[in-house]
Design a protein around this ligand. Sequence first.
Ligand SMILES: [Zn+2]
Length: 260
Amino acid sequence: MAGLLQDRMLARAAILVLALLITSVDCLAQKKPRSPKSSSSSSTKSELDKLRKQYIEATKEYKASLERLLLLYQKSVAKANDRLTKSKQLFTEGLISKNQVTESEEAVASAQLKVTQVQQQMTTADTQIAQALLEVEGEKQIARLGALRKGSLIRTTSFIRYNGVGAWSLSQAGKIETFFQQIFKRPLPIAVFGQGAIHNQWRLDHHNAMDVSLNPDGPEGQALINYLQSSGIPFSAFRAAIPGVATGPHIHIGMPSHRY
Ligand SMILES: [Zn+2]
């Protein structure tokens, strides 16, 4: 069931963002500036309407899958609570050790943590979907350009990609957060840290990356990009947004997420 859902979502995802990014592929292929208004406005409008519908559908399916996951995890919490009640009773009767009660308590806590995590994923489902979709299509474009050298920077109309110079690890996230907090007096808006549910579902390796919800063309996004580049940290900055939805532009810090 999950496999079928994944396939359907992926198919939709591919169609959805392909058209979004096609303009920038054309620009690269021709290597000369081109008028963005090359297609008629009425066909562009219906294309955007279609994209928006597909995005909404993909988000709806993703949220439904998270709801099913939530139900499963809530049942696990209930079971773990039952076991804890029983083990407490057995402990007062002197039949089990204190350690066994502690184990039952830990089982409840870890089951509850899973519930909390899914609930968090549900509140940011729209953002996650838009960002993951843009990354999948962005990587296809990069692949067409061939291998990139260390330290190289690529700019297209829809994204900026910097390859970094040193070794990157997500454990370096703290220094980026500190940099941002000091300059802008607010926490770095991290949407996804490491592997999220959407990446599991779409078989994307996002373990060593994080997504920051900043528009690369805004002042904060610009400052972050400059900092990352001067620190030799790899990133991909996505400018495109899903039409009609105020989410999508973001900065992915780390090497690009690839299929596994
Ligand atoms: Zn990312």
